[in-house]
Design a protein around this ligand. Structure first.
Ligand SMILES: [Zn+2]
Length: 346
């Protein structure tokens, strides 16, 4: 009896020592560590949220929260990452957890992209930006609404061909005027099955008083609206539920960030040598603010810049731009349909 008690105490001591030795110290620099594993990292400073992505899977974390969201659907408990000296520090356990997660591929796909809405900005009485340049000895007025429509129609053609099972919807396919309200209504009126999601892609062209300004940008929507994603029946205490809700809400943004990233990669590959990336940007106002869908807005270039206006006036260049966007969407569709999609609470 005495012996076993001693043994028991020894065990407690042993395990306390072991757990002390392995107690999780956040001493690893996350960004450095994941580079070794080929995991990409994106930090959204607006929402104070980090996204890790590899092999079409992703997880979302926040500093000082001891849980992460896997593929927008599964909650995992993990040592909280912390921010020290401007760096994200995590424990060895955190790194092992994410390595395990990314090592296993998730084939439990159930959500599909049911529809892709292409929104060529402006139209009709609203030309958007416009400027007249002397191109090949002729005065040419490059109008944003025309460029947007041409690229939109090209993109629609590519997507329809590649995805005959998805609805490819144009907010306008001719030179007509639509209010922002009408565009939002078109987006929100798309009927979807329970297992379907929709993407919203808006196409624009930039202008600036600075004639030197050039390059393309991809903007994503941040949630300017509040919504309860996890309902009260979810088995979590109210405090955790609230935090989870705000993280799930970020998930809608996460998908937008990911398409933005994929489209940016696509554009870099197609037109990066002629133009230049101005990066991925976030905006709270947006044409589809009320839509519950991953949404991005692409600014294809500056028609106030002479060289870029020449490009935007060239069909072959627009075809490349459309292809870049198409490749980005197509990479996202693969990602989304493999990783179950963003409405994982269903
Ligand atoms: Zn515009």
């Amino acid at each position: 009896m005495q012996q076993s008690k001693k043994f028991y105490s020894f065990f407690i001591l042993f395990f306390s020592l072991v757990s002390f030795a392995f107690s999780q110290v956040q001493d690893k620099n996350l960004v450095d560590e994941i580079k070794k594993s080929g995991i990409s990292f994106y930090w959204d400073s607006l929402s104070n949220t980090g996204i890790l992505e590899k092999n079409n899977q992703h997880l979302v974390f926040r500093p000082d929260q001891n849980f992460v969201l896997y593929n927008s659907s599964k909650i995992g408990y993990i040592d909280s990452p912390v921010i020290t000296d401007g760096q994200i520090k995590v424990s060895q356990d955190f790194l092992s957890e994410i390595d395990d997660f990314f090592a296993v591929s998730d084939d439990s796909s159930s959500l599909k992209i049911g529809a892709i809405i292409i929104d060529p900005g402006h139209g009709g009485k609203d030309p958007g930006a416009s400027m007249t340049h002397k191109i090949n000895g002729k005065n040419v007025t490059v109008k944003e609404k025309d460029v947007n429509l041409t690229v939109g129609n090209m993109l629609s053609g590519m997507l329809s061909k590649a995805y005959p099972d998805k609805r490819i919807i144009m907010t306008r396919s001719t030179d007509i005027f639509l209010t922002l309200q009408q565009r939002t209504e078109i987006a929100n009126s798309v009927k979807l099955k329970d297992d379907e999601a929709v993407l919203y892609i808006s196409i624009h062209v930039n202008a600036s008083l600075d004639k030197k300004a050039k390059g393309y940008e991809v903007w994503y929507l941040t949630p300017g609206y509040r919504r309860t994603v996890i309902d009260s029946k979810t088995n979590a205490d109210p405090t955790v539920r609230n935090i989870l809700n705000s993280m799930m809400e970020e998930e809608y943004t996460t998908e937008s960030i990911l398409i933005a990233k994929f489209i940016m990669d696509g554009l870099n590959a197609q037109i990066g040598s002629k133009s230049a990336s101005r990066g991925i940007k976030a905006e709270e106002w947006f044409v589809v603010r009320n839509s519950k869908m991953p949404s991005v807005l692409i600014e294809l270039g500056f028609l106030t810049n002479y060289e870029e206006a020449c490009c935007l006036n060239d069909k072959a260049y627009l075809q490349k731009s459309a292809l870049g966007i198409y490749n980005g969407i197509s990479a996202f569709v693969t990602h989304f349909e493999r990783s179950r999609g963003f409405t994982g609470t269903k």
